[in-house]
Structure formats: structure tokens, C-alpha cells
Design a binder for this molecule. Structure first.
Ligand code: MTE
Ligand code: HPA
Ligand code: MOS
Length: 763
């Protein structure tokens, strides 16, 4: 059950872009970027850089032959700033030299005269100034005004959630190799080869067929390379086109952290109305998204926040308003969950605050309002094959929640300076690209005359194991030995018009496409086999472990013989297939439809211990019941749940992206940006996949896995909050993530900090 790549990985023989042997004479590019958050470029001085030994050229906006534009959803982002800069880290010039040291040195010598303009860094300030990416979006269900009139309890509040650095192990990189007739081959670390192809073609003013993009694998993407890999590929391509030489661009870690966008911070208002029994009758929320300086994927991310405004709860009256606010920070971008986590955090916070107000356990409100089959989401979709309640009940029973709670109580009674908390975290996540047309993929499979098989799809392997899953699917269909099947690189000349591997849809979409292509070949092989075996029809022919069977009896015909005979008979051993997710549709104007093929659900119980003297904490355990349908690959899926959980806990607890009041990122290295390490991860993780939950909408009845489990991490926030409240009974605290140890310390030592602040004021 090992991953497709694992033996190569542990031997160090897997090739990442920077490991590939570049063509002889390959040049190296480095980016010079703005040091000012907002301003007009008055002068750009490149002479000193050009004087550095080995430097071949310095390119600026003027050198771009096509359009100086890399925006996807909106055309609002220049590749190289030409007269105005909008954030610190924005590329302004490109230095190309013989080697890295020369290029880096020269890039540092490029200077700019920038006359500053007023800059804004928080979404609410931007909103007040009318600085928006696009007009606000609203989702509604029922009648919100009427809804609140029926409520016994109404609670309002503010919720803040922070950014998150992707920290893929492999930084952004690309290599462009000139080819015949002005065409280019681009090696790129991208989740979206077609995005790169389109952007490069646009920047160079060339048709897309002259640009071939090839991706072997990524050292992680996490959404950070869905849209933001194209700038670096386009810069390398521009240089390669200009100098007629191969050019490689690899961002150093710190530059990657400074120049690229992250998860969107949100600042949100909520108002929740409940009956005295805990039934939620109305929910209103406004989300202010910090988009950064250009749209990037922010509009789609904003929309997914709205899709997840009610998590997995049925609420009859909802009004959710989302505003994408333009600020002078690097454009924020896709990050595992794609706006969903930010939305889910707000509704969970609202439930938590309501429970606090009502003096009850939030669990009672959660449990009371879980959706069931037939309930309607605010966007009009009806819940179907919806297992949230099953996972919730199973988690409470399997892990014995009452016992966990009584142990926590007991512990807290016996301890003064250490307190435990527990929180239950139900999760519901919609599966499909919310941009409906992206829900398509294709596959091209070749069987060679020796019986070996090559599989092409649009899927990008970035550590999530999509290759292992596609490999399994093809092997199951064809019936040959697994060693015969190779998953080829993802290449735009072999597979065109790819959707990015994102939205957790990689294995779904490409798995289906590969299945269709493999089935087409299999059907042809069955016909050939029937002919060879002298059977009237192929209906009962199957291939298992490379033996051809007639009904259930093995014949003497083997895989390699069959392939060779099929070739001799001039039967095609290649197939191309396309898959488009059926049934989905969405009306963006009405904000109604059936945007998702299905939902992934699950429930986590999170236990934590807080050291109330130091503000430090431990995640004691996370116990999960998760709906995976029928898993395509048990080990890979377990790994995905564990990884997403760690990343979610990181976002909610230790990871903190901080810009100073000039818009400069001060957490731009691993010494200042804390990621969850072995101590910060949960000490005990238990995961059960819900049994007997086949998903009719997934390949081989599976469900997508990549993003949903990240949101279990939100439980860590409320679990720590509960521990703090055990130490400070009766007090309330703002809902601001991350719950960093510094913040915990301020909460547990409130008086002491108030006193210190008072003294500081007096000084
Ligand atoms: N797992 C690893 N190891 N590395 C990654 O970059 N990206 C995540 C998730 N799991 C990622 C990962 C994100 S953001 C998504 S959308 C999915 O994988 C994409 O892959 P899939 O659709 O094949 O699950
Ligand atoms: N997820 C990820 N990427 C996307 C989506 C989505 O829902 N929609 C458009 N791009
Ligand atoms: Mo994932 S954020 O959809 O790449």
C-alpha cells in the first residue's frame, strides 16, 4: 500500500525542478522588487546591475512583447510594474546572469525612485475607503428580518482570522527552454499548467500552441501554486525568448515569503439568533476579506466562504455578505480550504458565543442543528448522501465523549495552573470547483507493444498521492501488473486545457478521465481476446493479474500476448477520454444552484492542555470520524487527513503572518514564522473512516480528501479557549485567531498585563 513515489523519494532519486540537469549554458534569473507598499515609480536605475560580471541583461516592463498582464479572473495584475507599485515584494525588474551569485548581487544593485502614495493594509480600512476588488456578494435564504423576530436569544460579535504561509518545501520555480520557430518549453512548479501556458503566451504575444508546459511533480503546492506559479514561469520565458537561451528562476525562501500571497486574513461580523432549546433560527454575517493588491483568485475564494457560511448546519434564515477588500499587500491566494475555513470559523465562533451567553455547552447547539438529507443549503443545493450526523454520533460514541468530558472536568478540579479543554468540531465541505466549467479533465493512455502502459492526465502530483490513486484505478480496470503502469509527467501538449489540480478534485476528475480511457482500451482488448479464444462474444471475457479469463475460468492467453496480438491486428492501443462532472450547475446572479457534486463531512474531538502560568499549550489528542466514501488508497487518505489536520492546527494556533505598519512582512523567515513542529502537532491522532458510505458521485465510490480535514484544526482553537475559560471562569474573550501562546498568556494573565500596560502608559 505504499505511495507510487515513496521508494524514489526515500532514495533521493525523485526529480524536482531544481534537480533537473539544465541544458548547457542555462542562465539564471533574479527578481528586483518594490520596497515601497504603494507609490509611483519615478526612476529605475539598472546601470550598476548591468556592470556586474556575468550579467547578460536587465529586463523591465518595456521589454514585454505581448501584454504586461498575469491576472486570471480580473486583468488587474502586471507581470512587471511599469509606473506604479502596489505592494512590497512586487516584481519591477529581472536580472539575468550566468550564475546565481551574480544575478543575486546585480538584483540588489537595482535602485528605484518611488514617490509614496497612501497605503492601506487592513480590509476594514480598505472597505471604508471604497477600495474593493469587486462589488460585495450576498447569499441569502429565507427572511433574515423575520428570522430574528422569532429568536429568544440574539448574539453579535466580531471574528478575526489570520493569514497563513504555504511553506511548500520547494519554493516557486521555473525553467524556460527555447525551441524551434520561437516556441518554448517551460518546466514549471505549478498546480495549473494551462494557467502558466496561457499567461506565458499572453506575455510573449504568442499562440498557446507554441508554449509547452511540463510538470514532473511539486514539492508541495497547498494552493500557493494554483495561480501564483505563472509569474515566475512568465519571467523565465520572457528572458529565454529575449536572450535565446534557457533560463531558470528559483525563488530563495525569503523572497518567496516576501513576494507571494498567502491565505486571506478575514475580519467578520456575525449575528446569530436562537430558540431557547438551541435551534438556530437566523444567521447574519459580513466577511471582510483582505485580498491584497490584485484580484488573483480572491473572488472565487470569497464565494467559497459564502458557500461555507453555515458549515453543516441547517439554518432557515441566512444573510451572508462578503466583501473582497483591496489592500497594499501581496495578492493573497488559494490555500487549502479556499475561503471555506474562514467561513466555518465564523459560524463556529457564533455558536460558541451563543452557548456562552446561554450558559450551555456549544455541543448542544451543534448537535441540534446538524443538517440531514433533504435540507437546503443557502445556495439552493439539497443535502444528499450527507453523513455529517453519522460521523458526529459515531465520534461521540466511538471515542466516548462523555467520558472524555468527565475526565477533563476531573483534571481541572485537581489542578490550579494547568487546565484542559475539549471541543467538538463538525466539518462539511462542498466538493467541486465553484467555478463550474473547471470541473473537467482528460486522460490519454497508451499501451506499448511490450505491454507497458503510460498514463497521462491533467493531475499534478504535489505529495498528495494523486498518482498513486490514478495508478490504482487504471490497474483495476486493465488487470495488468501494477509495475507495468507508469504515470507520465503532466504536459500541455499531451493533455490540453487542464484545470488546476485544486479544489480537492484532482483524483476525482482525473481518476474518472483515466478510468474512461482505460475502459475504452479494455473493451477493445476484450474483443480481440474473444476472437483469439474463438468465443462468439466478448461479454464474459475479463483480465485479472495478466491472465485472460472466460467467465470465471483462466485461459492460456496472457496480457503480453494479448497486447502483441491486438497490435498485429491493427487495433488501437491508445485512448483519450474526457470527463465532466455531471449534474452540477450554478447561477452566479441568483446565487443558487447545485454547485457541488457532493459534500465531504466528518467530526473531530480535540483535547488540549494549557499551562496557565506560561501560556503554552499541548494538543493532547484529535479523534476523528471522517467520511471518505470508499477510499481510493487507505494510506494516502490517512496521510492527507493527518497533514491537513496539522496544517489546520497551525493556522489556528501558532502560525502568524505579520506585516509592519509600512506593509513589510516581518515574519519572512522560519526564525520569525512559527510552523507546527512535532511538539505543536497533536500527541495522539485517531482517525476512523466512516464505514458503509459509498459515494455514487466519486470514482470507485470514493470521496475527495485534500482540503476538508484542515478544518478539524478549528476545533483546537475552541478547545484551548475552553481550557482558558476553565482557568478564568465567567470571563469572555475576543475570537481572534491564531491562538498563539503569546495571546494565551495575555488571556490567562489579564490583570498582570493590564497592570503592565497601565505602567507603560504612565511612563
Ligand atoms: N498534500 C500535499 N502533500 N501537498 C500539497 O501541496 N495540497 C492540498 C491537498 N493536499 C497538497 C496536499 C490542496 S490545497 C489540494 S486542493 C489538494 O491536495 C489537491 O490534490 P487532490 O485534488 O488530488 O486531492
Ligand atoms: N477551489 C479551488 N480553486 C478554484 C475553485 C475552488 O472552488 N474555484 C475556482 N478555482
Ligand atoms: Mo487547493 S487550495 O484548491 O489548491
Amino acid at each position: 500500500m505504499k505511495n507510487y513515489d515513496s521508494s524514489q523519494h526515500v532514495q533521493g532519486t525523485s526529480l524536482f525542478l531544481d534537480d533537473m540537469t539544465p541544458p548547457e549554458g542555462t542562465l539564471v534569473a533574479f527578481v528586483a522588487y518594490s520596497k515601497v507598499a504603494h507609490g509611483k515609480i519615478e526612476g529605475l536605475y539598472t546601470a550598476a546591475a548591468l556592470g556586474v560580471k556575468g550579467v547578460k541583461a536587465v529586463l523591465t516592463a518595456k521589454d514585454i512583447p505581448g501584454e504586461n498582464q498575469i491576472g486570471g479572473i480580473l486583468k488587474d495584475e502586471e507581470l512587471l510594474a511599469h509606473d506604479k507599485v502596489d505592494f512590497i515584494g512586487q516584481p519591477v525588474a529581472l536580472v539575468i546572469a550566468e550564475n546565481k551569485l551574480q544575478a543575486a548581487k546585480a538584483a540588489r544593485l537595482i535602485t528605484m525612485d518611488i514617490s509614496p502614495l497612501p497605503a492601506v493594509f487592513t480590509p476594514r480600512e480598505a472597505y471604508a475607503l471604497g477600495s474593493l476588488i469587486m462589488p460585495p456578494k450576498i447569499f441569502s435564504l429565507g427572511d433574515i428580518v423575520e428570522g430574528f423576530t422569532t429568536a429568544d436569544v440574539i448574539v453579535e460579535g466580531v471574528v478575526e482570522s489570520g493569514g497563513q504561509e504555504h511553506l511548500y518545501l520547494e519554493t516557486q520555480c521555473a525553467m524556460a527552454v527555447p525551441s524551434e520557430g520561437g516556441s518554448l518549453k517551460i518546466f514549471s512548479s505549478t498546480q495549473g499548467p494551462t494557467v502558466v501556458q496561457r499567461v506565458v503566451a499572453g506575455v510573449l504575444g504568442m499562440p498557446m500552441h507554441k508554449i509547452e508546459v511540463d510538470v514532473t511533480r511539486l514539492g508541495g503546492g497547498f494552493g500557493g501554486k494554483e495561480d501564483q506559479a505563472s509569474a515566475w514561469a512568465a519571467l523565465a520565458a520572457l528572458a529565454a525568448w529575449k536572450l535565446k537561451k534557457s533560463v531558470k528562476l528559483v525563488l530563495p525562501r525569503q523572497e518567496d515569503m516576501r513576494m507571494t500571497g498567502k491565505r486571506h486574513p478575514y475580519s467578520s461580523d456575525f449575528k446569530i439568533g436562537l430558540k431557547i432549546d438551541g435551534t438556530i433560527v437566523a444567521f447574519e454575517a459580513t466577511y471582510y476579506q483582505n485580498a491584497g493588491a490584485s484580484a488573483d483568485l480572491s473572488p472565487a475564494i470569497l464565494e467559497r466562504t459564502l458557500f461555507h457560511a453555515t458549515n453543516g448546519y441547517y439554518i432557515p434564515n441566512v444573510k451572508a455578505t462578503a466583501v473582497s477588500c483591496k489592500t497594499n499587500l501581496p495578492p493573497n491566494t488559494a490555500f487549502r480550504g479556499f475561503g471555506g475555513p474562514q467561513g466555518i470559523f465564523v459560524i463556529e465562533a457564533a455558536i460558541y458565543k451563543a452557548a456562552e451567553e446561554m450558559g450551555i455547552d456549544p455541543l448542544l447547539i451543534q448537535e441540534k442543528n446538524l443538517m440531514k438529507d433533504g435540507d437546503e443549503f443557502p445556495y439552493g443545493q439539497i443535502a444528499e448522501y450527507f453523513n455529517l450526523r453519522k460521523t458526529f454520533e459515531r465520534a461521540c460514541e466511538l471515542y466516548n465523549l462523555p467520558e472524555i468530558k468527565s475526565k477533563v472536568k476531573q483534571f481541572n478540579r485537581g489542578q490550579i495552573l494547568r487546565k484542559k479543554g475539549v471541543a467538538v468540531m463538525p466539518v462539511c465541505f462542498g466538493i467541486s470547483f465553484t467555478t463550474t466549467f473547471l470541473n473537467q479533465a482528460s486522460s490519454l493512455i497508451h499501451v506499448y507493444t511490450d505491454g507497458s502502459v503510460s498514463v497521462n492526465t491533467a493531475a499534478i502530483e504535489m505529495g498528495q498521492g494523486v498518482n498513486a490513486k490514478i495508478h490504482n484505478i487504471v490497474q483495476k480496470v486493465l488487470g495488468c501488473h501494477p509495475e507495468r503502469i507508469r504515470i507520465d509527467t503532466t504536459n500541455t501538449s499531451r493533455i490540453a486545457n487542464t484545470s488546476a489540480t485544486a479544489a480537492s478534485k484532482g483524483a476525482d476528475l482525473n481518476g474518472f478521465a483515466a478510468k474512461h480511457a482505460a475502459e475504452a482500451i479494455y473493451e477493445r482488448l476484450k474483443k480481440v481476446a474473444a476472437g483469439l479464444l474463438g468465443l462468439a462474444e466478448e461479454k464474459n471475457v475479463t483480465i485479472k493479474s495478466e491472465i485472460v479469463y472466460n467467465a470465471d475460468s483462466p485461459t492460456t492467453l496472457t496480457w503480453t500476448e494479448l497486447i502483441s496480438k491486438a497490435y498485429m491486428q491493427r487495433v488501437s492501443l491508445s485512448a483519450h477520454a474526457h470527463h465532466a462532472t455531471p449534474l452540477i450547475h450554478y447561477d452566479k446572479v441568483a446565487a443558487k444552484g447545485r454547485p457541488f457534486a457532493y459534500h465531504v463531512t466528518g467530526t473531530a474531538i480535540v483535547e488540549t492542555t494549557v499551562d496557565c502560568l506560561r501560556g503554552t499549550y499541548k494538543i493532547d489528542s484529535v479523534k476523528i470520524v471522517h467520511d471518505i466514501g470508499e477510499s481510493l488508497h487507505h494510506m494516502v487518505d490517512l496521510g492527507q487527513v493527518e497533514g491537513a489536520l496539522a496544517q489546520g492546527i497551525g493556522w489556528m494556533t501558532v502560525e502568524e503572518v505579520i506585516y509592519n505598519n509600512q506593509g513589510r512582512l516581518i515574519t519572512d523567515a522560519l526564525s520569525t514564522y512559527k510552523v507546527p513542529d512535532i511538539h505543536a502537532a497533536a500527541q495522539d491522532v485517531q482517525i476512523e473512516f466512516l464505514e458503509n458510505a459509498p459515494n455514487p458521485y466519486g470514482p470507485l465510490k470514493s470521496k475527495a480528501v485534500g482540503e476538508p480535514p484542515l478544518m478539524y484544526g478549528i476545533g483546537a482553537y475552541f478547545s484551548i479557549m475552553n481550557a482558558i475559560k476553565a482557568f478564568r471562569p465567567g470571563e469572555t474573550f475576543p475570537i481572534t485567531a491564531p491562538m498563539s501562546p503569546e495571546r494565551v498568556l495575555r488571556y490567562v494573565c489579564r490583570e498582570e498585563f493590564a497592570e503592565m500596560e497601565q505602567k507603560e502608559l504612565q511612563l
